[in-house]
Design a protein around this ligand. Sequence first.
Ligand code: NAP
Length: 278
Amino acid sequence: MTQLSRIPLAGVIGSPVAHSKSPILHEHWLRRYGLPGHYIPMDIAHADLADAVRLLPRLGFVGVNVTIPHKELMLSVADLVTDRAALIGAANTLIFRQDGKIHADNTDGFGFMENLRQYAPHWRPTSGPAAVIGAGGAARAVVASLIEAGAPEIRIANRTRTRADAMRSDFGNKVTVYEWVQAGNILEDAATVVNTTSLGMVGKPEFRVPLDALSSNAVVNDLVYNPLQTTFLERAAQLGCATVDGLGMLLHQAAPAFERFFGVRPEVDDDLRAAVLG
Ligand code: NAP
């Protein structure tokens, strides 16, 4: 049997991985476009990661997505790493190339931008400062994409100051770092406001940053998508802001990976949202 005659396999690697929405959305697209293929969740322990990933192409896998806690380690497992994945410090997509090399990329920033473009079509990243709350892995993808899209200034406040300082040294002087207690102040005149922390997620503490300085012209996005309508988004909407939930980022970051796995660029639409929300 030749490589081309195999049914392509893809999947998501994490630990735990049972919570991942990726199998639902990739299987939805496979059915929708009538494509041969399967998408499989794989719970792989840290110690087995490198061996398991090297084996997958021989089993018929064309690539995989990567989720917590393996996104950072994948950079050292891959043979080739895109500049943006290296800058972000994490990979969420691996492509197994015909020449045997493993190619690592990060599409989270793409997902973030496409989500805002779809659900706040009037939004322009260039129209004013961006305020980013948080400095974890997701924040790094968000900031990389905002800089690439021409945001004039990015203000970051994070509970652990050193993580925000590291972003300033990695992303350059468009980034300004503020103390966590000043998180409410960075919203003043901001055109884009993003919560990249896990605050407000089911089971986590509430997002309590004061919104008094928030302008009603700001587009406000929460990366948290469980719940879909966070208290932060509700408070921002009450102040007159356009708000965008976090689910679209999850859906859009998957689209370039699906295209590379299965050969069709898929649509992110209401049917997909409904399928993922179950
Ligand atoms: P991470 O690297 O662990 O970063 C977590 C962030 O949350 C850090 O900034 C952390 O601050 C902050 N934080 C956590 N608990 C806090 C608390 N009690 N008070 C203040 N700050 C707190 O995680 P991540 O991968 O960046 O993910 C962050 C969030 O984004 C999660 O909710 C995740 O589900 C969501 N996310 C969504 C998408 C999507 O597609 N919509 C994609 C990626 C991530 P410290 O640095 O001080 O710990």
